[in-house]
Write a protein that binds this ligand. Structure first.
Ligand SMILES: O=c1ccn([C@@H]2O[C@H](COP(=O)(O)O)[C@@H](O)[C@H]2O)c(=O)[nH]1
Length: 278
């Protein structure tokens, strides 16, 4: 079975280094001429899938925007995930789960077990209860060719007070997370399956990213103010492992499918220019 890291590496080479988020904010539903209800959500997701499902390497549905419509919203999420996977997109569910290990096991079976209705290629996870508490996710991901992206330095300004704090050994919390991810990816070729989330907005990370050997998901581009050029400052020599993530910047071009595709193509070209200069 091909590992998640290997699949992602291939998808980025074939479709370009881009992750596009499905974040149907009420303002975007209105902009797309849709109602802020489950019918609008369903149309939005369907139009996104038709325009970009066979085009971008990774699609990142933001679970919150589906959860807010309860079980009907979750049904839309399930069907969106299925359609995207059928079109060859890698689906990364942005759900930021984390808990004590025995509960993480249940989250792992919800998202990373192929028999689950919300099975996806990868999820985002929060390490606030300790990176080790996420072990059941790492194990199930390894068993079924899935991936986990662990929050390290998030794109929001509030994150720094926790993530840049230093522990007794002098390392920042972010560096500690990164070091644990590095150990999990040791020896994986061409890319490990455990990624880190590092916002494109954070400036100099102060972290040693040289041994992560896994994908580095970079949100914060576009609507949150970071540009592709900022990736150089944030990631330095780790640029080849960066997966740039955009949501509103692409979605704002909709609902016209041609305009959505043009926005995605433009961003891929911008990101390629930066990543390939490394
Ligand atoms: O550090 C993080 C981690 C996750 N996100 C998520 O990414 C998208 C960003 O959307 P934009 O419209 O491109 O701002 C959103 O779903 C966040 O929850 C993040 O922004 N930063």
């Amino acid at each position: 079975m091909e590992s998640f890291g290997a699949r992602l590496h291939r998808a980025m080479a074939e479709r370009g280094p881009l992750c596009v988020g499905i974040d149907p904010h009420p303002e975007l539903l209105a902009r797309w001429g849709l109602r802020d209800d489950v019918g609008g959500l369903d149309r939005f997701a369907g139009m996104f899938v038709d325009a970009l499902g066979d085009r971008v390497a990774v699609v990142k549905p933001q679970s919150a925007f589906f959860e807010r419509f309860g079980s009907q919203g979750m049904a839309v999420l399930e069907s969106t995930i299925r359609q995207l996977r059928n079109l060859g997109s890698i689906v990364l569910l942005d759900v930021k789960r984390g808990d004590i290990g025995s509960t993480v096991r249940a989250y792992a079976s919800a998202y990373l077990d192929p028999s689950s209705p919300v099975y996806v290629d990868a999820v985002t996870a929060s390490p606030f209860l300790g990176v080790g508490s996420l072990a059941p996710m790492f194990e199930l991901a390894a068993e079924h060719g899935g991936g986990v992206f662990v929050l390290a330095l998030t794109s929001n300004p509030e994150g720094a007070s926790v993530q840049r704090a230093r522990g007794a050994d002098g390392r920042t919390v972010a560096q500690t997370v990164i070091d644990e991810i590095s150990q999990l990816n040791a020896g994986a070729e061409p890319l490990g399956s455990i990624g880190a989330v590092i916002g494109a907005t954070v400036g100099e990370t102060g972290c040693d990213l040289s041994r992560v050997h896994g994908p580095l998901l970079a949100p914060g581009l576009g609507a949150q103010g970071a540009t592709a050029a900022d990736l150089r400052t944030v990631f330095g020599s780790a640029l080849p492992a960066v997966l740039p993530a955009y949501s509103r910047e692409v979605l704002g071009a909709g609902p016209d499918p041609e305009a959505l595709r043009a926005a995605a193509d433009r961003i891929v070209a911008e990101c390629r220019a930066v990543l390939e200069m490394s």
